[in-house]
Each structure stands twice: as C-alpha cells, then as structure tokens.
Design a protein around this ligand. Sequence first.
Ligand code: ATP
Ligand code: MG
Length: 577
Amino acid sequence: MSDDGDKRSLNFIEEIIEEDNRSGKWDGRVCTRFPPEPNGYLHIGHAKSICLNFGLAERYGGTWNLRFDDTNPAKEEEEYVHSISEDVRWLGYDCENRVLFASDYFERMYGFAAELIKKGKAYVCDLAPDETRAYRGTLTEPGRNSPFRDRSVEENLDLFKQMRDGVFPDGSKTLRAKIDMASVNINLRDPVMYRVLHAEHHRAGDKWCVYPMYDWAHGLEDSIEGVTHSICTLEFENHRPLYDWFIDAINEGRGTGSDWGEPIVHSQQIEFARLKLGYTVLSKRKLLELVRDKHVSGWDDPRMPTISGMRRRGYTPGSIRTFCERIGVARFNSTIDMAKLEHTIREDLNRTSARVMAVLDPLKVVIENYPEGECEDLEAVNNPEDSSAGTRSVPFSRELYIERADFMEDAPRKFFRLSPGKEVRLRYAYFVTCTDVVKDPATGEVTELRCSYDPATRGGDSPDGRKVKGTLHWVSANHAIDGEIRLYDRLFTVADPDSVKDGGDFKAFLNPDSLIINSRAKLEPSLKNALAGSRYQFERIGYFCVDPDSSNGRIVLNRTVGLRDSWAKIEKGGKKK
Ligand code: ATP
Ligand code: MG
C-alpha cells in the first residue's frame, strides 16, 4: 500500500503496480521513465506525464529515468535537450545520473535486429515508401506480402549490413518485421523497423545510415533500462501488440544455456488519457508553428502552455504538480477546464506571495487638508496568510493615485467605493472623503479628485467606531514607480482550437487580445528592485510575476492570474473582464 498518507483511492496504474508487488512479478521493483523526443519544449501535458511517472516511482520506492527518445535525427536539437532537462529539474525532479539517450542504444538495437533476421523474423524490403503503403492494405482490406519477404537469412544479413554501411540511398530499403500482412491490426502488417537515412545525429554524428522506427526502438529502450511499467498515452494502445511481439520475438529461444543469451526485460506498456486543456493547443508541432511564425514571442511566451511559458508567467512548480495530481489519471480522453489550473496557482500564491499595492488605471487624488511636502511611512502587512512574512512601510503623502474604476460620480446605492461626499478607507492609511471632482473642460473626463482625510483614522481604523464599507488600494504619486504590466488572456478564442477540420487553420482562432500591455501603471516603491521571477499579489487585482525583460530600473510584470475565476463567465457565454 502506498505510504504517503493520502486517502484518495488508487488509480488504475497504482492498482497494477500493487498487484505486481503482491504477485512478485518484478520482485517489488518499480522503474518508470519519461521519454520525450527532443523536438520541442515541454508543455503542461508533458508535466502530467512527468508527475505521473516520477510520482509513481517515488511513491513505491522505485527509480525513474529521463530518457531522450532521440531516434529521429532530422528534428532533434541540443536546445531542446537543454530546455527539457531544465524544465524537469524546475518541476522538482532531480535526474541525478539518470539522464539517458536512446541513441546510446543504437548498437544494441542493431544487434537485436540482426538476431530477428537470423530467426527468420525480419527481412530487408526494397519497396519504395508509397509502395509499402499500398501493399499495407486498409482497415477493411488485408495487405499483400512484399515480393522481398522470402529473402534468405544470409541475403538479409548482408543487405542490412550494407544499409548500415551507407551503400543505399535514403528511402531505398527498409528492414521489416515478418509478422502478418492480413492482421486486423494494421500495426502488425510487417512494420518497418529501420529506414535508410543519411543524416547527422546530434550525438552519434554521421556514424549511422539506418535509424530505428519508434515502435521497434521504444520497447528496447525500456527493456535495456529495466523499466517495469512503460506508461504512454492512449493512441499507443493499438501498438501494444507490436511492442509485445518485438520483445517476445527476441526472447524466443533465449534462456539459460541458449546461444541467444538470457531473456531481456519485457516491460509492461500501460496507456492513459493525455491531458487536453481548453482554449489552448498541446501539440509540439502546433506550438512550434506559433513560435516560428512569431504569433508569440518564443517558447517561453507567458501565454504558451509550455513549462517555460508558465514559469515566466508566474506559475510555481508546486502548483503544477498539485494540478497534475488533482486531475488524476484515466483511460478515457476529456478536456480539463483552464479554471482548474488557475484555481491551483491562485491557492498557492495566496499562501506564499507578498502583497503590494499597484494602481493599473490611475486617477489622481489630492488630500487637501494633508500638509504639502509632508510624507509619512505607514505599516503594511506583507502576507495576512503568513505572519512570518512581516510588514513593510509604504509612503503616504498629499497626492495619491487610486484606480479610476474605484470612483463613480453618480454612484448607485450599492457602490461602496468612492463618490462625491462618500467616505472610504485607504488601505493601511486613513479614511478619506471625496469633496470635489475636477474635470477636463473639453471632454468632461474626470482628471482629479479632491478629498479630505481624518487624521484620527491613521492605520485605517476609526477611534469613534465609525464604519466605512469600501477599502481602496492606492499609491503615493511622488513615490510611485512606473511599471509595464502585461495582461494575458486565453491564447485562443475557442475552447477546442484543435477541432478545425478540412485544411482549416487552428491559427485562425488566435485571440488578438491575448496580450494587452499597460504602461500607465503606478507601483508602490518597494517594487523598485524586485528580481525577475519574484511573485506578488497586487491587492484587490491579482497575482503578478516580475518578467526577465525588466532592466535598469524599468520593471515589467506579467499577470499570472486574476484574484477570482473569470472563466466561469466565459463558459456561460458572458464576456471576460
Ligand atoms: P507531439 O506533440 O509531437 O505528438 P508528444 O507529445 O508525443 O509529441 P513526446 O516527446 O513523444 O511528445 O512526449 C513525451 C511523453 O509525454 C510521452 O510519453 C507522451 O505520452 C507524454 N505526453 C505528451 N503529451 C501529453 C499530454 N498532453 N498529456 C499527457 N502526456 C503527454
Ligand atoms: Mg511522441
């Protein structure tokens, strides 16, 4: 039984592991892996897979590997290897010496392939790619045997060696498993194991002129590493018979005393539903397209569902892990509401982030009975959820800014913020009353409020027990610093941008307002030297994170998430604020 004290019931993969532990199938051993192809940055879907794989290994006292599935030389780049390692570490999983590369197994895979040839289970085929496809048949029609299917073992071994040695041009020959061209499962119709490809590999250089196909390579990678439970997403369910066939074919005839050697590890493939999130895309190809065509500023654009984008946006590793734990694992596909993800980060930041005051849409307030040129430092609480976070001082003076939306000239009865003749509390400061409204004579726009303050209410409490309903945040005009605030909205205007059909372009649904830059914001001076990555709650507004674009006194902040869920409204067809 898991011993981490959680009360939730076991998910179906934990049930499999516990059953294996009971039966002694793996002698109590658990080894999992996360096998990304280094052809893009990791996204929140990958985070789910990482948390699942590594979480299981952790829970059952096992081990886990970060394995780069770098069998496809054309698409792989060092940049991706680097970013993936970094993201896994940031999520909180220490890879130590368990960062592995599938390309390191090429020699052994080649040996296993030669073994299948010798066992009469693989052959070299000269059909061109389109012919191979035509011979394969369809869902309703069986395939046809390749005319090269019955080559002798000697000829196959010789041709395979020549393929490796670079004798043949790209696409001219393949090595195929000899299974069954009439199988109802198309994956078993003599699948290709190797193709000829003269390409430079990021680690192996130009050593190889043949590269293994995914289905052949993957089970061997798992086997070589001694993986017990090979967890993948549902679209591989139909590949499982092939995964098993390859390992069984290698193990046929193996055993003590056999010339073939001992049997190799036969990991168990288990499929689960991939994460799908509303209003975004989680396909590396599509994310790459957004980056390449400059619809976003890069893989780490804070609107991207990538780990690096979410990190820059202000997400914490803990909130992502909690989210992945909460959504659980299932065997059927479903879409998770973005509100769930935002709820998790809000919960985390509410506990941990320092409160500051910032005014995003400033309206000048002059306190007429406050002495000119005077300034006092008022004490403000850093985090009411965490008393150890202490307090800071915030300057107060005669001229302040408040949010324009916190004032209404003709206020309805239920408007408890500022309006002519009304008294409100300025947080940590004083009670103030609006005495006059200054307007631009040409446009009629309110440009300034004149107010009076009650010196007896210092700190925001009235000694006579007088009550006010509204409490506003504010900043001192002369002390405030300017900031650039980047306000993000969902990246797409539709819940399922993946569903575009018939040559339609998912990019047509990009939200033109997904980034709004606010350069008017006035921030309390304590933010002046805030470091990139620092997270804050702007009181009454939301959670913000300092962007690395900040430099030389210019501060740029990303809105991580608002204080309240604004998604519920969208789902009901209302407008998001
Ligand atoms: P692509 O977007 O190109 O289809 P991929 O998501 O399959 O790529 P890989 O690098 O092969 O990318 O993924 C590594 C691992 O992450 C795989 O085990 C895969 O099952 C898992 N994974 C990928 N996307 C998701 C997702 N949305 N939810 C859960 N797991 C995922
Ligand atoms: Mg993949």
